[in-house]
Ligand binder design. Sequence first.
Ligand SMILES: C[S@@+](CC[C@H](N)C(=O)[O-])C[C@H]1O[C@@H](n2cnc3c(N)ncnc32)[C@H](O)[C@@H]1O
Length: 310
Amino acid sequence: MSGVVLRPLTVLRYSGGKRWFIGHAKYLVEAAIERGAPRPARLLEPFAGGATVGLTLLNSDLVDRLILCELDPRVATFWKTVLTDSRFADRVERFRCTRKNVLDVCKHPDRDPAFWTLVKNRTSFGGNLTGGLMRNISSRWNGAKLATTFRQIFALSGRIKFVEGDALTLLRKYADDSNAAAFVDPPYVQAGKVLYRHWQLDHAALFDVLASWKGFWLLTYDHAPEIDTLVSKHQFAYRYLGMQANLHGRKKETMVWSRHLPHCVTEPVYLVPAKVRDRLLEQVRQWEIANPEKPRLAGRRIPENAWLGD
Ligand SMILES: C[S@@+](CC[C@H](N)C(=O)[O-])C[C@H]1O[C@@H](n2cnc3c(N)ncnc32)[C@H](O)[C@@H]1O
């Protein structure tokens, strides 16, 4: 297995986004192939959101094709445009991210819906499409870098299929295809209501579909008793992942995986290169110096897979 750290192919800021998960996904896909599973002819990301994991694995040639699915029409329109309109990147590059220009785009959601989604996402608090605009409006807008990434994604578009619709329907369609793998990242059980327009899901039905899936799959959830019950009912392999949600708090996520994948992931999974991790640790140290009265972080061990956000 290669220890190469993959550079995330990412354009949307997403609460619950799985940029931090890329290392795990890469490790498990490589491990499955080493154990004799076929290299996936297609990877499904049925709850696409920002689709960072799928796009990054495709870009790294770990899978042949990617099938994305999303129910939220604002996000769906975004992906349909990004994958079919070669000039989208040019519009991104030309846009000057001033408050006046952002307000003008926000006032006209129907003029260029995909561009509206991007601008709202990169200028609102937490990337929330219904959220207020950040004070430092251009802090997450790097037009040149975004345009380069959009061009990279467009170059891959011949290998990507986008479906606007329901994730369970798509998963059922490919259930008997042993050459299909899936990265499944449903809306959070606890916080989904606040974060997404579409957050209600029949979690038991999702587990039933995965139990009968022929190909291999990976599933991530926030930590919730309801999910623990479903995991143990189906006797799926799982692991809790502690991660640094932000400078102030850690959170626990559950990673569940199909029987094709190694039962126990023992190897360390480096989600960020060491030099990035060191930079993050330095940020923590600086924050502690500036906030001496707040609880200390650096005294506690920051795990190697800590991701403090982009
Ligand atoms: C946790 S987010 C996915 C984040 C994504 N993995 C990323 O890294 O950006 C879940 C996404 O699923 C979408 N969604 C919710 N219910 C859905 C459904 N039934 N079918 C397809 N997508 C759905 C939400 O709109 C949201 O974009």
